[in-house]
Design a protein. Structure first.
Ligand code: NAD
Length: 506
């Protein structure tokens, strides 16, 4: 039984005030802000005008001229201070994330923890932006590779991670010497306004940072497109749908701007006969129902060995039928609302297509009594061919389950979609596990063993292949995307030998 919902707007005022967001920034604009929790209007934000976009980019260019010369470890100090401010406000910001995008409190708080973690990572990185020394073929010469700051970075983000994706980019970009301009999703502007206010506190603690190091431009795709087109923006890091990424990629290519694209996924897991079935079930249940199926890494397709398929399917249907769905501010709820009615319509369409193809479907129905929030029962779909709706990413809790006989066939089907973000295998068989992560295995950017597809750690490079866009963010050596590489050859001899032995005497 689900109780009526406490109005989301009541929470918003207190949270935004606590984090220092001025009322005018979110109460007086024309773009309505709705919380998916109850669908009610919380406030209104003003879209950035063309003049404001131009001013933000100009300020960013001026900031770059200063920031690029600040020693990287000192730049790291600003990010350390940001992490400190976020620690103080972790609970409030986590609640605001929940309010903005509807994910449960533990996930909202986990998202802020991820931001704190990437700040820590970036602080360490600020002392490790290593270049190379390269053997020169010429006597009395030294060759090296140096990494320099790139320039203003535009960060365009999706609704489902209202702050983590910004932080993956911003923390690294800032220690690498670049200012950032954030165009958050028009569906989750409040989190961005709060983060900017917290960033300004870190700036005040830091003392002498240039103005214009970070700004937020509210608006829809048009504001994003203006940044993509602006010649001063050197890197466009865009997270969202493949549709958006294709447009951004083509426009950026017109002026040879660098892009970092993190786009849609159509992720799969394989459950082999040797798997720990209880573990695989729990991981897959979180993978497909967690965040109401609205993660880029959400599990969408599951290949279960025929010998355990029927039992596994029955248990997954039971888990989906009984999962606690409701107000994400209630800690007992594991699944919150979809972001909006459009998401529910896309889910309905995918299920109608599956039904028309003769599939067996459980769940997928709407749950009433929760204000104007859109709450759905996660759907488990089976007994359909690997085609039609299975091939596209529907950003909702739908799991397509298939029986397989041969592992090579399962891997081949897993890889047969246009996207290549996350994948996993559940197995106790070492040969199966090694095959899965080998060159002949999964073609995704993320390939896990005995872990689900969703819930990445910040230490690894995050991103995917094919229509997922090819970008890598967060850990490992992803920082290189935010810097320009320079090759330096130094001649400390009195002679001038030319490379490759070329003669040119004058
Ligand atoms: P979306 O594509 O609708 O919007 C994403 C962002 O792009 C928004 O800020 C939007 O305003 C902006 N935008 C739209 N058109 C634009 C244009 N022409 N130029 C510049 N900016 C433009 O995506 P969404 O519905 O917010 O998010 C869901 C999608 O994001 C899913 O496909 C999901 O898989 C993907 N996603 C991917 C990752 C990843 O790391 N791979 C992470 C999170 C979400």
């Amino acid at each position: 039984m689900i109780d009526a919902i406490k109005p989301a707007a009541d929470d918003a005022t207190a949270l935004l005030k606590a984090m220092g967001v001025k009322d005018a920034l979110w109460q007086s604009g024309d773009r309505p802000v709705h919380s998916p929790i109850d669908g009610a209007r919380i406030g209104g934000v003003p879209d950035a005008t063309a003049d404001e976009i131009a001013a933000a980019v100009a300020a960013s260019e001026r900031a770059f001229a200063v920031w690029r010369t600040v020693p990287a470890p000192r730049r790291g100090e600003l990010v350390r201070l940001l992490g400190q401010v976020l620690r103080v406000h972790k609970e409030a910001l986590g609640r605001l994330v929940t309010l903005d995008c509807g994910k449960p409190l533990s996930e909202g708080s986990g998202e802020v923890q991820e931001v704190i973690d990437i700040c820590d990572f970036a602080v360490g990185l600020s002392r490790q932006l290593y270049g190379l020394t390269i053997a020169s073929e010429r006597p009395g010469h030294r060759m090296m590779e140096t990494w320099h700051p790139l320039g203003p970075v535009a960060i365009i983000t999706a609704f489902n991670f209202p702050v983590a994706v910004w932080a993956w980019n911003a923390a690294l970009a800032l220690v690498c010497g670049n200012p950032v301009i954030w165009k958050p999703s028009e569906k989750t502007p409040l989190t961005a306004l709060a983060v900017q206010a917290l960033f300004e506190r870190a700036l005040a603690d830091f003392g002498d940072a240039p103005a214009g190091l970070s700004s937020v431009l509210i608006g829809d795709g048009d504001v994003g497109a203006a940044l993509v087109a602006h010649p001063a923006i050197r890197l466009i890091s865009a997270t969202g749908s493949t549709r958006m990424g294709r447009i951004v990629n083509e426009q950026a290519a017109q002026r040879f701007a660098r892009v970092l694209l993190e786009l849609g996924g159509n992720n799969a897991s394989i459950v082999s006969p040797s798997a720990d079935v209880d573990l695989a079930l729990r991981a897959s249940a979180f993978g497909f129902m967690g965040t109401a199926g609205q993660r880029c890494t959400s599990l969408r397709r599951l290949f279960v060995h025929r010998s355990i398929h029927d039992d596994f399917l029955a248990r997954m249907r039971a888990a989906a039928a009984s999962i606690a769905i409701g107000d994400p501010r209630d800690p007992a709820m594991l699944v919150g609302p979809l972001i909006d009615a459009g998401a529910a319509a896309a889910m309905d369409q995918a299920l109608a297509d599956a039904r028309a193809a003769g599939a067996t479907i459980s769940g997928g129905d709407r749950i009433a009594g929760l204000g104007d929030g859109v709450y759905v029962r996660p759907a488990v779909v089976s007994h359909l061919a690997h085609t039609g709706p299975v091939l596209r990413e529907t950003f909702a809790p739908i799991l397509y389950v298939f029986a397989y006989d041969d592992l090579d066939d399962a891997i081949s089907l897993q890889n047969s979609v246009d996207q290549g973000l996350s994948s996993s295998i559940f197995t106790a068989d070492m040969r199966e596990a090694e095959l899965f992560v080998s060159a002949a295995g999964s073609d995704c950017g993320i390939a896990n063993i005995n872990i689900g597809t969703s819930g990445a750690e910040i230490g690894g490079a995050f991103g995917g292949e094919k229509e997922t866009g090819g970008g890598r963010e967060s850990g490992s050596d992803s920082w290189r995307a935010y810097m320009r590489r320079q090759t330096n050859t130094v001649n400390y001899s009195g002679a001038l030998p030319l490379a490759q032995g070329v003669k040119f005497e004058i």
